[in-house]
Design a protein. Structure first.
Length: 199
């Protein structure tokens, strides 16, 4: 099982545009079904509008949007190849480039669990909940090693133990390569470290 983590620099627009939301309407945090604690960023609410930093747009668009925006090419790859893990795509209005169609995906939380002992996780305190696997800041780890038999087959999903971390299956990653998708950088899961963590 090969899994990949999206590792783009969210605010690097040296080659491709990044997006800035033009409405600041946000709802509540997504919450764990078991403990009720927050498990991610506050949800961006319609009407979805962004301004792009430049004209050149990649198939993945990052910036101050969570998790990211995608072009129609990505939408078609997902639907044409039965990619599992996206519940919906909402169209986004681009205020300074009417020729670009962008969409924000709603991505599922996966069941995959990281084996914290094998991965060498160091937490400030124990996680609060076995379902969301959050609580107690993670200060370091050696690698991200999936626990055996916990992947539920999703091709794209949010990793519960590291909020904001988006994982791709080998199937989805290979389809992106075959279709020459632009502005997507990944690392193999075992080699990924979030930008806020000191290695």
């Amino acid at each position: 099982m090969n899994l990949f983590v999206i590792s783009n620099n969210l605010f690097d627009d040296r080659e491709y545009a990044i997006a800035e939301p033009k409405n600041d309407r946000y709802g509540d945090f997504p919450k764990c079904s078991a403990c009720g604690g927050p498990i991610g960023s506050r949800r961006w609410l319609p009407e979805f509008m962004v301004k792009l930093s430049k004209k050149k747009v990649g198939d993945f668009v990052f910036g101050s949007v969570d998790p990211f925006l995608v072009t129609e090419k990505i939408v078609n790859i997902v639907y044409d190849n039965e990619i599992h893990g996206v519940t919906s795509f909402n169209q986004v209005t681009v205020t300074n480039n009417k020729n670009v169609k962008l969409y924000i995906p709603e991505i599922e939380y996966g069941a995959l669990k990281i084996d914290e002992e094998v991965s060498g996780f160091i937490r400030t305190k124990q996680q609060r909940c076995e379902v969301c696997r959050l609580g107690g800041a993670i200060s370091a780890y050696n690698k991200l090693e999936p626990a055996i038999n916990t992947w539920d087959g999703l091709d794209i999903f949010v990793l519960r133990q590291l909020p904001g971390t988006i994982v791709l299956s080998e199937k989805f990653y290979n389809l992106c390569n075959e279709n020459m998708v632009t502005n997507l950088t990944v690392k193999q899961m075992q080699d990924y470290y979030p930008p806020w963590m000191k290695q």
